[in-house]
Design a protein around this ligand. Structure first.
Ligand code: PLP
Length: 362
């Protein structure tokens, strides 16, 4: 008798390891490992979440109608073209499962977000990467890697973990040169942090083309990572597909309530962006001043590059000994790098002090 056997590809998946939040022996470690908003969510989102405690026995609104309306209002988008999911992770997985299977390819750039490969393998499809240039997605390399089996191209913009981005013109050039039947998924999880003129989260493209979908999340600037809430905006055909394959109640009532309040609190998001702008620049300058390479980032995190994997490992251990948790990037093919999320002022200062100590400068 043989044991139950998963489909080919499943056992090739290296399970996703999330950013750690615990340090044995340290009560309140400084967590700079998961690109969360250090300011937390809007106070109104906390209140809306708490109010849901009275209704735990009721199913949520399966269509997330009020939430989609709130998102549409805030971003100027048609709610009928929005689908909500249990984090953008779920939407990535649903898209791949709906459009790709065994023999099909999912294309993304070399240091692209890890979930594209995991979800591709889970669907029996083949993840394919295109080389980057200067830790930035390269449109020509992506186009050169397209084959007749390519079904979806994922572009994280800005990308995690590199912090780099492609301007609007490059997104358009990518779309214009892809076959019409290849879906372009623009994953703009960090969009709200980017204040650069030539940046676009991809909403215009997703509004105009039948083969572009934009993915967004409440886990980053909106500070609701625990609630697992993301959304997609795209053409009616793709939205219809997502609505067919998603679970009927794939977002919880508390997530919907918190999301509605969060998206309405423009001041809190703006305060979060201003905080991030200030401390992102400070971290880049301080850590760069230690002789470490810190590629320019437009997200809420920086990549810190050491001389080699050994130094990165030793630095991570030293930071942990000082109560600071960062993230090793070996899983992304960047073993010499760690990723540091922008934290509160005292957290950023503790990181810089401990890293400076490690580098023998303090
Ligand atoms: C580029 C990118 N896409 C998607 C996600 C997933 O976010 P969510 O919490 O909405 O699943 C992340 C989270 O780190 C991310 O960095």
């Amino acid at each position: 008798m043989s044991n139950p056997t998963p489909r080919p590809g499943i056992m090739d998946i290296a399970p996703y390891v999330g950013g750690s939040h615990d340090l044995p022996g340290i009560d309140e470690p400084i967590v700079l490992s998961a690109n969360e908003n250090p300011l937390g969510p809007s106070p109104r989102a906390r209140e809306a979440f708490a109010a849901e405690a009275e209704r735990l026995h009721r199913y949520p609104d399966g269509g997330a109608e009020a939430l989609r309306a709130a998102i549409g209002k805030r971003f100027g988008l048609d709610p009928a073209r929005i689908v909500c999911g249990a984090g953008s992770d779920e939407l990535i997985s649903l898209l791949i499962g709906a459009y790709a299977g065994p023999g099909d390819e999912i294309l993304y750039s070399q240091y692209g977000f890890l979930m594209y490969a995991i979800s591709a393998r889970a669907a029996g499809a083949t993840p394919v990467t295109a080389p980057e240039r200067n830790l930035t997605a390269d449109v020509d390399a992506l186009l050169a890697a397209v084959t007749e089996r390519t079904r979806i191209v994922f572009l994280a913009n800005p990308n995690n973990p590199t912090g780099s981005y492609l301007p609007r013109s490059e997104l358009e050039r990518l779309r214009d040169n892809l076959r019409d039947d290849v879906l372009l998924a623009i994953d703009a999880a960090y969009a709200e942090y980017v204040g650069i003129e030539d940046y676009s989260a991809g909403a215009e493209l997703a509004a105009q083309r039948d083969n572009v979908i934009m993915l967004r999340t409440f886990s980053k600037i909106f500070g609701l990572a625990s609630q697992r809430l993301g959304w997609a905006f795209g053409p009616p055909g793709v939205v219809d597909v997502l609505n067919r394959v998603r679970g009927p109640f794939n977002t919880t009532a508390s997530a919907q309530a918190a999301g509605i309040a969060a998206v309405a609190d423009v001041e809190h998001a703006e305060a979060s962006r201003v905080h991030n702008d200030r401390w992102l620049a400070w971290l880049t300058q301080q850590v760069g001043g230690m002789g470490l390479e810190v590629p320019p980032s437009v997200g809420n995190f920086v990549l810190v590059r050491f001389a080699g994997a050994d130094q990165a490992e030793a630095a991570t251990a030293h930071l942990m000994s000082r109560g600071v948790i960062t993230r090793r990037m070996a899983g992304y093919g960047l073993p010499e790098s760690i990723r540091v999320t922008v934290g509160l002022e005292h957290e950023n200062r503790a990181l810089v002090d401990a890293l400076g100590e490690f580098m023998g400068m303090r």
